[in-house]
Ligand binder design. Structure first.
Ligand code: NDP
Length: 341
């Protein structure tokens, strides 16, 4: 069986963090309902990922699949493929658990669903706090963060971090915390370089993790107004040919050379191998300069329905304030059968 060797990056707490992880968000369909049909494929692909050398898994309460993800991890431990301490597991706390005391409830629920004693990293999934009824709870994330510091102290997680925090939110959190966030997980890809936020986080020792690392390059994200590069972009194809790699590998390698960890998602085994086979070549200065030109600020993930909420982290697009939050992002049960609290 093919194997991959994924390097690690040291977090600010000294823990080694694999520079590429396996993403587990299966997405929403056209009706904004959760796409659970791929959960079994995800388990097969994740099982294969661990077999070939992935040691970092990114999940979340929101993704519904904590039970399936935990099942795979526990099987791999039972079968002797890995030890628990070899695997880095990230999960995330959703919007309706932002009160200080609720953080521990949320993390313990994730641990129960994952069937693990601890996770390696838990993230504030988004900076907004929204109840299951869609009410803006306006909880200061400094309060939420105190709950995070408590679960760290209790050993429910080895590291704590944030996701989707903008530069002002990062500055305020760093100035007012006891334990600094180890990670900020944000969207980064060829269209959305996030240079200022990445530079700031890295200057403060916060490791940046890129979600949606392919942006709209992949066919599943080929929206009518989405910009280049696509998979058949001539510039991308020419850089890929030069290195004997694929365009998606070029996109991931570019992130790695910026010191950014990426967490591509795929339920396709050949792509599981492809996405992690990026540590055996080097983009040169000319490639890097060419790739940097695709950065035009285009966001693949732009949840307009959260715009009116306090602490929404992105620039607001006018005229879109009244879209309702999809029910599937307010309240749900977990697992393929949707029957796990
Ligand atoms: P990705 O950029 O990882 O894209 C996933 C899509 O790309 C899937 O359709 C997949 O298809 C396809 N794909 C994967 N590899 C290849 C390849 N080598 N060639 C062609 N197509 C490929 O987007 P995600 O939004 O899923 O982001 C990755 C992860 O980041 C998520 O799974 C989740 O863990 C995390 N995330 C976090 C967010 C946050 O708010 N913190 C927000 C969004 C994501 P297929 O599966 O069919 O192979």
């Amino acid at each position: 069986m093919a194997k991959v060797s994924i390097p690690t990056i040291k977090l600010n707490n000294g823990i080694e963090f694999p520079a590429l992880g396996y993403g587990t968000w299966l997405g929403l369909n056209d009706k904004m309902e959760f796409e659970i049909t791929d959960a079994r494929k995800l388990q097969d692909a994740l099982s294969y990922a661990i077999d070939i050398g992935y040691r970092h898994i990114d999940t979340a309460h929101l993704y519904r699949v904590e039970p399936e993800v935990g099942e795979v991890i526990n099987k791999k431990i039972k079968d002797g493929v890995v030890k628990r301490e070899d695997i880095f597991v990230t999960t995330k706390v959703w919007h309706h658990h932002h009160k200080q005391a609720d953080v521990e409830v949320a993390v313990r629920d994730s641990l129960r669903r994952l069937n693990l004693d601890y996770v390696d990293l838990v993230l504030v999934h988004w900076p907004m706090s929204i109840s299951q009824e869609g009410i803006d709870e306006k909880i200061d994330h400094l309060e939420t963060w105190r709950g995070f510091e408590e679960v760290l102290k209790k050993g429910l997680t080895r590291s704590i971090g944030v996701s989707n925090f903008n530069i002002e939110q990062m500055k305020r959190l760093l100035a007012n915390c006891n334990v600094p966030p180890a990670v900020n997980q944000i969207e980064i890809n060829l269209n959305l370089g996030q240079k200022e936020l990445v530079d700031y986080c890295q200057s403060k020792g916060v490791v940046v993790v890129a979600y949606s690392p392919f942006g709209t390059m992949v066919p599943s994200r080929n929206y009518p107004d989405s910009p280049e590069p696509k998979m058949d972009n001539p510039t991308m194809l020419s850089i890929a040919k030069k290195h004997g790699k694929t365009v998606t590998q070029i996109a991931l390698r570019y992130l790695y050379q910026r010191g950014i960890v990426s967490i591509p998602k795929t339920v396709t085994k050949s792509r599981v191998l492809e996405n992690a086979s990026i540590f055996d070549f080097q983009l040169d200065d000319e490639d890097v300069a060419t790739l940097a030109q695709f950065d035009n600020g285009f966001r693949t993930i732009r949840p307009l329905f959260w715009q009116p909420y306090e602490n929404y982290p992105f620039d607001v697009v006018p005229g879109q304030e009244h879209e309702d939050i999809p029910i599937s992002l307010l309240k749900w049960k977990n697992g393929v059968n949707g029957d796990i609290e």
